[in-house]
Write a protein that binds this ligand. Structure first.
Ligand SMILES: Cc1ncc(COP(=O)(O)O)c(C=O)c1O
Length: 461
């Protein structure tokens, strides 16, 4: 009976390949995606989770009452927790603190113990998630270390399942296969199988900046020291045994911003909600395709679901905090602010020759607290009610005296097409902003910007 399974484990695999129609509209190439979030645990890692457990059971390394321990960026943990739930094993997972809250919560939901460790430490540091996992294996009775980075059952499962699936689905017309690498199991297993089928299929590694894998493929050494990055699950600061560089033809490095923005584009243009490591691989595939000489079929592996990144890729504040989205100020122009208040008021000005009393009356009748001051038709500064009140109260100024000595020079001219962040910078320096000229001159104050942002937030909520 098709699609009827005796348990959730049997439903792993046979994931679809979907054509991408809008993400690279001008490209002569056709992009396809292997969507691994159709696996029951939501990622490609379900495949290796069942493989690692089944092979360990065959070798007698796992028995009832055992505890499976793994260092994971979440997805392997989820796959192992799912299989362990069916097989009756306990699980403990060690994860770097950059991993999203959603992934931690779902693992706890599967009954796993979750240990969080610092991300930005060397792999051999005793605090790293790899070292802590190894330590836990030493001190936990009947522990089994899944060891996905070096366990050969990982790439072997992809060689035996994912590779043949892809070949059966698109093999004959496939020209390029692109995937990221964390353990390397996916690209190594699939790459080896596809190369055995057709040597001319190109296997391309997508690698985040900060990982050592790209350099290692080309130079067999680390050129730029590894640094942390936001994309989860891919890239490395050490060399897993399961990264088989011999099957790879090329590598493309991708920055975090491109990966996170593509994550959103895939949803809005293709309706496909996947994680940033999938988007990273697609960015790499599009980049790589630029050097192809004939129209080609390019398959990209999408490892997991975007729902595990709602608090990141799909969270505007997080995206802005990380510089992946422009601040709302950058996205709006001075003219937007002016348009938003067109109905409010036209500008009242004063001349340096006017008296204090005249200006006070002007402010009172117009209900304003500041105005620009002209001298011979040119704006020479600004005057606000505070500048008038203080000397009047102290008696250092008489109402019939001219305002010329009170005028503050802190005005700055801004252009209507300037974005609000540069306006904000000027206002923060204490300047009053003027925009336009002559009778069309307008004054913009911090209050105006505040009101505009307030209205914007209201609109976006
Ligand atoms: C989100 C995500 N993408 C990609 C990968 C890389 O897969 P592999 O470990 O097979 O190289 C992982 C691995 O954990 C992952 O979690």
């Amino acid at each position: 009976m098709k699609n009827v399974f005796n348990n959730v484990i049997e439903s792993i695999g046979n994931t679809p390949i979907i054509k991408l129609n809008s993400i690279a509209p001008h490209s002569p190439h056709t992009f396809w995606a292997k969507i691994e979030y159709f696996n029951p645990g939501g990622s490609v890692k379900d495949r290796i989770a069942v493989a690692i457990i089944e092979e360990a059971e065959k070798r007698g390394e796992l028995a009832p009452g055992s505890t499976i321990i793994e260092a994971t960026s979440g997805n392997t943990g989820l796959g192992l927790a799912m299989v362990a739930a069916v097989r009756g094993y306990k699980t403990i997972f060690v994860m770097p603190d950059k991993i999203s809250e959603e992934k931690r919560a779902i693992l706890r939901g599967y009954g796993a113990k979750v240990v969080i460790t610092p991300t930005a430490v060397e792999p051999e540091d005793p605090r790293s998630y790899l070292s802590v996992a190894k330590k836990l294996v030493e001190i936990t009775p009947k522990a089994f270390y899944a060891n996905q980075y070096h366990n050969p059952d990982n790439p072997t499962r992809h060689y035996r399942t994912t590779g043949p699936e892809i070949w059966g689905q698109i093999g004959e017309k496939l020209d390029v296969f692109v995937a990221g690498a964390g353990t390397g199991g996916t690209i190594s297993g699939v790459g080896r199988y596809l190369k055995e089928k057709r040597k001319d299929i190109k296997i391309v590694l997508a690698d985040p900046y900060g990982s050592i894998l790209h350099d290692w493929l080309y130079h067999k050494k680390v050129l730029s020291p590894p640094h942390s990055y936001k994309v989860e699950g891919v890239g490395e600061d050490m060399l897993p045994d399961n990264v088989h560089f011999d099957v790879m033809d090329d590598a493309v490095q991708v920055d975090d911003k491109s990966s996170f923005l593509m994550t959103r584009e895939l949803v809005s243009k293709e309706g496909i909600c996947v994680g940033p490591s999938s988007a990273m691989a697609l960015v790499a595939a599009i980049e790589y395709s630029k050097k192809l000489t004939k129209p080609s079929n390019i398959l990209v592996l999408f490892p997991d679901n975007g729902r595990a990144y709602l608090s990141k890729a799909f969270n505007d504040s997080w995206m802005r905090e990380n510089g992946f989205l422009p601040s709302p100020l950058k996205m709006r122009k001075v003219q937007d602010l002016l348009q938003s208040r067109k109905s409010h008021h036209s500008l009242i000005t004063a001349d340096v020759g006017e008296t204090v009393l005249q200006v006070v009356n002007k402010m009172k009748s117009a209900g304003i607290s500041q105005l620009p001051v002209y001298s011979n038709g040119t704006v020479v500064g600004i005057l606000d009610e505070g500048d008038l009140l203080e000397p009047l109260v102290k008696g250092t100024l008489k109402p019939m005296e001219p305002i010329i000595h009170l005028v503050k020079g802190s005005v700055v001219f801004v252009k209507p097409e300037e974005d609000l962040s540069s306006l904000n910078e000027q206002l923060m320096k204490g300047y009053i902003a003027l925009v336009g000229e002559d009778k069309k001159l307008e004054i913009i104050t911090k209050i105006d910007l505040l009101q505009f942002l307030g209205a914007m937030t209201e609109l976006s909520n």
